[in-house]
Design a binder for this molecule. Structure first.
Ligand code: ADP
Ligand code: MG
Length: 243
């Protein structure tokens, strides 16, 4: 692992057993992600993308191999240490938004930090500022069912950024949104990534979104089939006279 690597996977394997059958969903996955960069993970449905993201974010543990975040092995941490890392260093955006239906927009955004015992007024101020940044400054007291899908995902993004995570994982963040709304959500992710220097790891079906990332890792049946830097790709195209 080099100095600027924030996330490092070494021979990560994940298997599930059902009855007497063992299903290997991820097979010996290794890669490093550099701090402050954006990386897309693409691949057909069932190729292991969500499972991989869950392992990277400490939501689940590998069957074998190591996941290191900022040089610390998530695989070896106990549940308490892992939940501290998730609360302080990691943000997660879900395809299905996963807001709490009984809480308002601002309360949903405040949840991750409130859990850490930061004073209420301070958290409220941070949440309001983020909701303003995602264009929902006038919808803070609305409940999820009073918001459109795109608006709910904006709340999801504000929530993911509230503790200023070092790294943000997004699992098909625009998968449930129409094209235009999806693009606005993408803009928001990249904007916050630039402004806060957050490393982004985005699972997507959308080739255009992948091309906006610095790098694309492509999975097939639980294995990496390609790993390309977007800039390099462009350089090669230019040299070959394609671009
Ligand atoms: P993707 O996100 O690329 O569509 P997933 O990571 O969700 O793929 O799933 C990859 C494979 O792992 C699928 O075949 C899925 O059925 C299987 N899988 C995922 N989670 C579990 C689980 N908890 N138990 C058994 N099989 C699982
Ligand atoms: Mg998935």
């Amino acid at each position: 692992m080099n100095n600027s690597s924030i996330l490092s996977l070494k021979k990560v394997t994940k298997s599930f057993t059902s009855g007497d059958r063992k299903l290997t969903v991820l097979n010996q996955i290794s890669f490093d992600i550099e701090e402050g960069t954006s990386c897309a993970i693409i691949g057909p449905s069932g190729s292991g993308k969500t499972t991989l993201l869950g392992l990277c974010a400490g939501l689940d543990r590998p069957t074998s191999g190591e996941v290191n975040l900022k040089g610390r092995s998530l695989s070896k941490m106990d549940e308490n240490a892992l939940s501290k890392v998730r609360n302080e260093q990691i943000g997660f955006v879900f395809q299905s938004f996963q807001l709490i239906s009984t809480l308002t927009a601002i309360e949903n955004v405040m949840v991750p930090v409130e859990l850490r015992g930061v004073p209420y007024r301070e958290v409220e101020k941070m949440a309001l500022s983020l909701l303003e940044q995602v264009g929902l400054g006038d919808r803070t007291d609305h409940y999820p069912n009073q918001l459109s899908g795109g608006e709910q995902q904006r709340v999801g993004i504000a929530r993911a950024f509230i503790h200023q995570p070092d790294i943000l994982f997004a699992d098909e963040p625009t998968g449930n949104l129409d094209g235009e709304t999806g693009e606005q959500i993408e803009e928001l992710l990249f904007d916050l990534n630039r402004r806060q220097g957050t490393t982004l790891v985005i699972v997507t079906h959308d080739r255009e979104l992948a091309e906006k990332c610095d790098r694309t890792i492509s999975l097939k049946k639980g294995e990496i089939v390609s790993d390309t830097a977007t800039a390099e790709q462009n350089t090669i195209n230019v040299e070959a006279g394609i671009a």
